[in-house]
Design a protein around this ligand. Structure first.
Ligand code: ITT
Length: 478
């Protein structure tokens, strides 16, 4: 762990590797001729959010991506993961990945949640697999309980499957999810000492020679296992995000069409930070004095009087400074579900679906905050989002912004940087851009199809002068 991984261009066709074959990259000899210039590949540090050493080694062996290095929880000084309160593997994996990401915000995080589902036990132990025979249970105790529960169950009814969900969260909080399933049956007694967990009693259907999962080599398990499948799906998704211009040019692809959507007043009926403050006041999370300042800010924004975006951020996030960032994020997600989710404009959703059907890449570009924009992005199945990231120190929001917030001309700057990195300079076009506010003009101007959505008077004037499309997406949320 912690070592730079070897480079591989073709993620899908790599040979299976063993733990011994993983070597730190060797420094170049000074006498070697210079390498031809390659498109820059960023180095990513990925924190594996798991205390299960069996999982960690399987993940590190399978996920050897170019320019990546892996850290364990102890490498990153992350002492504990939160309770797994989700009802699905994906929810639990997200809880672990986000918690690790918050404690080490400069790294990406990857979490696995997995389990064994036995048909004769109506899907048990499922998400409770690690705790089947109680908190802190050992693999041997869990396996013994399982065999006892199935004692009277005949061979043909001992069908089961391992399921794995992976949640990967990158440095900016963007999420990629992947899943894998491995079908099999439960043996009568444990055999083999490879793998971990329920492997000694699991007879995988894909290698039907009587061996349990614990009797397979690491490479055999990786080929058929739920985790191996989920990791391959994740690698493919990661690879498609990292396609370079060289690859696109080689394939002779048409340029990728990127479609940019602003959030507040465009996708959403309303302004998310202002609505959130109202909600937080009603829930007594922030004081009335702060609320008054933010609401006054909102009035000035609507009246197009000069406003300082950073003021509203500071008001909101200073109120959060006495909660751990994880709790503050949960508060924001609850607000999204209670309020913002039903304010997503149906016409916006329909437009996104049309672009998706045409194979376009959807990117949300919003000055609103990560937990809110991430939820919208998930709901509309956007390919990416760019938003304001607030600084976290020692697990608490400081009220300062991390980096530069995407507002005004920065929306286009950050979208261009992202698309150049992912598709290659010159290999993508801004197919369409949707915005509502005069500050969205720099984002809309270079788009092949600029669309002013319920624009304010300034943007409407520009749109009329330049012949941009103007649409009315307003609706009454209930
Ligand atoms: P982390 O949460 O720290 O990652 P954990 O072991 O608690 O580790 P889970 O909550 O995801 O992880 O529980 C998964 C349990 O499912 C695991 O402890 C095993 O009992 C079982 N399991 C998952 N994958 C398995 C595999 O490949 N082979 C055998 N058992 C597995």
């Amino acid at each position: 762990m912690g070592a730079e991984r070897e480079k591989h261009e073709d993620y899908e066709n790599q040979p299976a590797r063993t733990a011994e074959s993983v070597q730190p990259a060797q420094p170049l000899e000074p006498t070697q001729p210079p390498e031809p210039i390659q498109p820059a590949q960023p180095t990513h540090t990925v924190l594996i959010a798991s205390n299960n050493q069996g999982k960690v080694s399987e993940i590190v062996e399978s996920l050897d991506l170019e320019g990546w290095r892996f850290l364990s929880l102890s490498d990153a000084n992350v002492t504990e993961l939160p309770e797994e309160t989700g009802e699905t593997y994906e929810e639990n994996a997200r809880i672990k990945a986000l918690a690790a990401h918050r404690q080490a915000p400069h790294s990406a995080a990857l979490a696995d949640d997995s389990g064994l589902e036995v048909d004769a036990l109506i899907g048990a132990p499922g998400v409770r697999s690690a705790r089947y025979s109680g908190e802190g249970a050992t693999d041997a105790q869990n396996t013994a309980k399982l065999l006892a529960a199935l004692e009277a169950v005949p061979a043909e009814q001992r069908t089961a499957r391992f399921v794995c969900s992976l949640v990967y969260v990158d440095e900016q909080g963007h999420e990629i999810v992947a899943r894998g399933v491995c079908e099999g049956r439960i043996a009568r007694e444990p055999r083999g000492d490879g793998g971990f967990g329920y492997d000694p009693v699991f007879l995988p259907s894909e290698i039907d020679d009587g061996r349990t999962m614990a009797e397979l080599s690491a490479a055999e398990k990786n080929r058929i296992s739920h985790r191996g499948k989920a990791l391959r799906a994740l690698r493919a998704k990661l690879a498609s995000h990292r396609k370079t211009s060289a690859t696109l040019a080689d394939e002779g692809d048409a340029p990728t069409r990127v479609i940019a959507f602003d959030l507040d007043g465009t996708l959403l009926e309303g302004h998310s930070p202002v609505r959130m403050v109202r909600n937080l006041v009603a829930r007594r999370i922030i004081p009335y004095t702060t609320a008054a300042k933010v609401l006054w800010w909102g009035v000035r924004y609507r009246l197009r009087l000069p406003v300082e975006q950073e003021q509203v951020r500071e008001y909101v996030f200073r109120s959060f400074s006495h909660f751990p960032a994880a709790e503050a994020d949960d508060i924001m997600v609850t607000f999204y579900k209670d309020d913002l989710q039903r304010r997503l404009r149906p016409k916006a959703l329909e437009t996104i679906r049309e672009h998706q059907a045409a194979g376009d890449v959807i990117v949300l570009v919003s000055a609103s905050f990560t937990p809110l924009v991430r939820e919208v992005s998930r709901d509309v199945h956007a390919d990416w989002f760019i938003c304001t990231q607030m600084e976290i120190e020692d697990g608490y929001y400081t009220g300062n912004v991390e980096g530069v917030p995407p507002e005004g001309a920065q929306k286009l700057v950050q979208l261009t940087a992202w698309a150049d990195e992912h598709f290659g300079e010159g290999a993508w076009v801004l197919g369409a851009a949707y915005g509502d506010h005069r500050s969205d003009e720099p984002l809309l101007a270079p788009a092949r199809q600029p669309v002013a959505v319920n624009p304010d008077t300034d943007l409407e004037r520009v749109a009329r002068r330049r012949g941009w499309q103007i649409v009315d997406w307003s609706f009454e949320p209930h």
